[in-house]
Design a protein. Structure first.
Length: 112
């Protein structure tokens, strides 16, 4: 794992002086705690989990692409995506996972 000290972080500053920092990790690894601490220090928070859910709401383009790709079997009664069903399908097949990510990731970055 790479460690960046303060001197190295200075190299990543944008023209406006801000640093873009990503907080990643597995379930229950402390992401929310670290994010809250950064917010208390004045950092703005963009929650990509929230964005990922927003871009696949019923009727949105990514939702249409996913339903077209995986079929209506991945929909719940309220027409939202059934994430558990989708996970079972795409995490067994690398090509399907990449295709799914191709529908979702560009939309997330557009919103960001």
């Amino acid at each position: 794992m790479a460690y960046f000290g303060l001197r190295q972080v200075e190299e990543f500053r944008g023209k406006d002086g801000r640093v873009l920092l990503g907080v990643t990790g597995g379930i229950a690894s402390g992401k929310s705690t670290v994010s809250r601490m950064l917010q208390e220090l004045g950092a703005a928070l963009v929650d990509f989990d929230v964005l990922s859910r927003f871009v696949v709401e019923p009727g949105k383009e990514a939702w249409k692409d996913i339903v077209g790709f995986l079929g209506e079997q991945v929909l719940q009664e309220d027409r939202t995506l059934d994430r558990k069903k989708i996970s079972k399908i795409v995490f067994q097949d690398l090509e399907k996972r990449k295709k799914l990510e191709g529908y979702i990731h560009p939309r997330i970055y557009e919103e960001f």
